[in-house]
Design a protein around this ligand. Structure first.
Ligand code: ZN
Length: 203
């Protein structure tokens, strides 16, 4: 399986990091070794002093497809959750300045926290989902998928022009504003439509 991630998909988040709003989805990937599941703790890596949380809605692809048409895109995802795209912001800043790829800042071990999946039939419309992140019981990110620049169908259509999507692949669909650093002892909880779907302690 592969993990596809979309960057700068919420205008307010692009603005908070002084990035332009993209014309096409900004795509990067994480390897399967990035997954952190079952509410396991996250250990701060030694190569960064500025690990940021980015809460994102995550799609699970349910069947194989290439060159997927936008009208068919919805049928390629049946389950959703929320997760965190942990980012070594200091490492990323250096890579960006050099025009280098982002993998060292984005694809490291355990950088993809994944919540418990929910069937989309038990959720509101995919383009009107509310999600939030609690850090030490305070809301630090509050998103609504209606604010996405590229909706789920557009993301599935666009990425499938380049990569064959396979059942089990995950797509992290971008983070809203409010990203910030974590430190040892922080406790994170990811919530989708009022339902807590993961928790993660920073160690
Ligand atoms: Zn992200």
């Amino acid at each position: 399986m592969k993990i596809i991630c979309i960057g700068r998909n919420y205008g307010a988040h692009a603005a908070e990091l002084n990035n332009p709003v993209p014309e096409f989805p900004l795509v990067f990937m994480k390897p399967s070794t990035a997954l952190l599941v079952n509410n396991k703790p996250f250990y701060l890596p030694n190569f960064s002093n500025d690990i940021h949380f980015e809460l994102e809605v995550v799609l699970k692809i349910c069947k194989n497809g290439r060159h997927i048409q936008v009208e068919q895109a919805d049928s390629f995802c049946e389950e959703l959750t929320v997760g965190i795209d942990f980012t070594a912001r200091d490492v990323q800043q250096k890579l960006k300045e050099k025009g280098h790829p982002w993998e060292l800042a984005k694809a490291f071990d355990n950088s993809a926290v994944l919540g418990r999946f929910i069937h989309k039939d038990s959720l509101p419309e995919a383009n009107q989902l509310k999600f939030s992140l609690l850090k030490n019981e305070e809301v630090v990110q509050n998103g609504n998928t209606s604010d996405m620049i590229f909706d789920f169908a557009s993301i599935i259509t666009y990425t499938s022009q380049f990569f064959k999507l396979q059942a089990g692949d995950l797509i992290y669909t971008g983070t809203p504003a409010g990203v910030g650093p974590v430190k040892i002892g922080d406790h994170l909880v990811g919530i989708l439509e009022g339902i807590p779907l993961f928790e993660c302690e920073i160690r």
